[in-house]
Design a protein around this ligand. Structure first.
Ligand code: F6R
Length: 369
């Protein structure tokens, strides 16, 4: 049942192109029309929304952080993202024009469920993004968009995360379409690119072998830092979380622009720093700023592990290790940029002799608050 792999996690990582394809299946028409019927939120309701609030935990929270960039850019609706366990304890401002999106692969996280109940009491519309059919969170929500990742056995979320991203993008693009926004051409171009993601994820998987070797060489590191900007920042957070939970190693992510406000003091000789470089498309400024960050930390002795678009020669001179990913639109980059980080954490954990399917102290569904 592990399909020839020693661990479910290894199988689930390589299944990602299919998981992404299945989540897109039947939802993207050849002409770019999106069909998200099970959402059970009518276009007229979606047109009235004045704010989106995303609630989730752990890896699902990272999907939410990425969704914020996409939803605000494509739909021009303010979007907040919050960890579910904090949400209802601070008297959040919700009303009937707020769309709450609850992201949970299991559909059973108690923190997220309690936040959903709270939001419904405040008369907000709640949409669940979930991988498990008929689980509690979608049953208690107004509508649901299922991710079709298939069963995920490994405790660490991998294919469910990529498919959550796809679902978030679909919701954002659909909202933009029903609200008839000015970016019509951009939206259509993105939909076309989104439809190509299964193939792009497949390409990443074909080139990750050197990442395994790199990870094994870092098995004795005490800490690993992760840097990113824009959507690459939540990707960096996800890379750090994977390393903590699988390799039991201290890891922390920073927004690269924050480096100079403190974290740069942590940089010392030999410290591994993983940097997610923004795509050059449309965000050239950020790209160049992060290249300067890489130079700065390397000059202070960091061992730089750089994830950048293929053909991005500007980072090569400052990269101790360069991991290339396909060139895709900025907002979609997390789908391809996350994969090497999953492989990195998994392989490093295996090198330490850890059970990557059952990391210590963790459970697949966290059903207590
Ligand atoms: C990370 C991980 C956890 C979950 C979190 C939320 O690999 O698995 O951080 O993402 O417990 O779980 P769901 O998505 O089931 O609500």
């Amino acid at each position: 049942e592990k399909g020839g792999y020693d661990y479910f996690m290894l199988k689930e990582i390589v299944e990602q192109p299919y998981a992404v394809a299945d989540t897109l299946l039947g939802r993207v028409g050849v002409d770019g029309t999106l069909t998200l019927d099970e959402m059970r939120l009518a276009p007229h309701e979606l047109r009235q929304i004045s704010k989106v609030v995303i609630i989730a935990c752990g890896t699902s929270y990272h999907a939410g952080l990425i969704a914020k960039y996409a939803i605000e850019h494509w739909c021009r609706i303010p979007c907040e993202v919050e960890v579910a366990s904090e949400f209802r304890y601070r008297d959040p401002i919700l009303d009937s024009q707020t769309l709450v999106i609850a992201i949970s692969q299991s559909g059973e996280s108690m923190d997220t469920l309690m936040a959903v109940r709270y939001a419904r009491e405040q008369h907000s519309r709640v949409l669940a993004i979930c991988n498990v059919n008929g689980s509690t969170i979608p049953r208690e929500s107004d509508g649901v968009l299922y991710t079709h990742a298939g069963p995920e056995v490994g405790v660490a979320a991998t294919k469910t995360f990529l498919t959550q991203l796809v679902a978030c993008y679909l919701v954002g693009l659909y909202l933009a379409q029903v609200r008839g926004l000015k970016f019509g051409d951009e939206i259509n171009a993105i939909i076309e690119q989104l439809a190509r993601m299964p193939e792009q994820v497949g390409r990443v998987l074909e080139t990750v072998e050197p990442v395994r070797e790199l990870a094994r060489s870092l098995a004795d590191a005490k800490t690993v830092l992760f840097l990113g900007r824009h959507v690459g920042y939540p990707v960096a957070m996800e890379g750090a979380l994977k390393l903590k939970e699988l390799a039991y190693m201290h890891a922390e992510a920073f927004a690269a622009g924050e480096l100079k406000h403190g974290p740069i003091a942590l940089i010392e000789e030999g410290l591994p720093v993983v940097v997610v470089v923004p795509s050059r498309e449309g965000r050239g400024v950020l790209h160049d700023k992060i290249v300067s960050n890489i130079q700065e930390i390397r000059a202070r002795g960091a061992r730089t592990i750089v994830i950048a678009e293929e053909g991005d020669e500007s980072v090569r001179p400052y990269s101790d290790a360069l991991i290339e990913i396909p060139s895709v639109p900025t907002l979609l980059q997390p789908i391809v940029a996350t994969v090497p980080l999953q492989v990195f954490a998994c392989e490093l954990a295996l090198a330490k002799g850890n059970d990557v399917d059952q990391p210590r102290n963790l459970a697949k569904s966290v059903t207590v608050e």
